[in-house]
Design a protein around this ligand. Structure first.
Ligand code: FAD
Length: 276
């Protein structure tokens, strides 16, 4: 048996997790899967649970001059349907899960769970996004790339929550996104490719390419991107990405399939972007 707690404020939440070890429950869509047992049995929560998604301080999408700010309990559906956010964020979020999941699953939950297949991570890597972590005493700001250091592994302390995600505003000329799974809806990625770019006078002046679900964490080569802006050499860029690939076969796909298809998608997108 476990107890569940519903704090009345962010401050109360931070006090609770400072004084004990709890599962933080946002949308629960990952927790419920990870804690499942056999059919019909209760979820196997071996510590108490604290709910957070009702807290107003953790909800809402904001912008200021330089950043978009997503509070941690913003749902995937709220991102997908936001009138504030650019399409390069809205479109990938609209392809996650299914309508029921998107209504419950949160932005912060996808980051903290840090699954290999987490679809928001390639976006946040490419967009140089950061998070604000809070405990009862202090805030920490760190890049999402530094926060995640492996499959299901993050730099979060037990008395901390993600408070918000900060995404630098950029004047991108366009984006490309492709997620491959076995079905169209409600499916975890076999792989995904996300690209944002800026063009000026017909030339690419900034490009960010990230690949999800191949390695344990998204693949992105900032060095390779800088070289590509200078020489527009697609094959050289693909080689750089290929050398970073260290996936393995699993029940969703083979390593070979993931790697070959990601590279083909990147190539197709780069050709399109150069020609437009
Ligand atoms: C049918 C189905 C389809 C899915 N499809 C996709 C998909 O297409 N793409 C995809 O990426 N994922 C998918 N998922 C996984 C899941 O929906 C997402 O990862 C979701 O964003 C998790 O958010 P949540 O709020 O439900 O997290 P929860 O399950 O509540 O939490 C996940 C983890 O994060 C921790 N946590 C949550 N919020 C905070 C916080 N603010 N501070 C500190 N710790 C926190 C929890 O303690 C837990 O460890 C799917 C899941 C299901 C069941």
């Amino acid at each position: 048996m476990f107890n569940s707690i519903r704090p009345n404020s962010l401050e109360e939440l931070l006090e609770i997790i400072d004084n004990g070890d709890y599962y933080i429950f946002a949308g629960g869509t990952d927790l419920f899967i990870r804690k499942r047992q056999w059919q019909g049995a209760e979820r196997k929560f071996d510590k108490d649970v604290v709910f957070i998604s009702h807290l107003e301080e953790l909800r809402g999408i904001f912008e200021d001059r330089n950043y978009y700010r997503l509070k941690t309990c913003v749902t995937q559906d709220e991102v997908a349907n936001s009138t504030l956010l650019p399409d390069y964020l809205r479109v990938p979020y609209g392809l996650m899960g299914n309508p029921a999941i998107r209504n419950t699953a949160t932005v912060g939950g996808n980051i903290v769970n840090a699954a290999k297949v987490a679809d928001s991570l390639p976006l946040f890597y490419a967009l140089d996004a950061s998070i604000v972590l809070k405990n009862i005493q202090v805030d920490r700001v760190m890049s999402i790339k530094d926060f995640i250091f492996g499959r299901y592994k993050t730099d979060r302390y037990e008395n901390e929550i993600i408070y918000e995600v900060i995404i630098p505003k950029e004047d991108f000329s366009g984006f490309r996104y492709k997620k491959i799974g076995s079905r169209k809806s409600s499916i975890l990625s076999k792989l995904s490719v996300f690209i944002v770019y800026k063009k000026a006078h017909g030339k690419i002046v900034d490009i960010r390419v990230s690949v999800g679900a191949v390695n344990d964490v998204p693949i992105r080569s900032e060095e390779g991107e800088k070289e590509f802006v200078k020489d527009n050499d697609i094959d050289k860029f693909l080689l750089t990405i290929r050398e970073m690939m260290e996936g393995e076969d699993d029940r969703r796909s083979t390593k070979l399939y993931r790697e070959e298809i990601s590279l083909r998608i990147i190539k197709k997108f780069l050709v399109e972007i150069m020609e437009e």
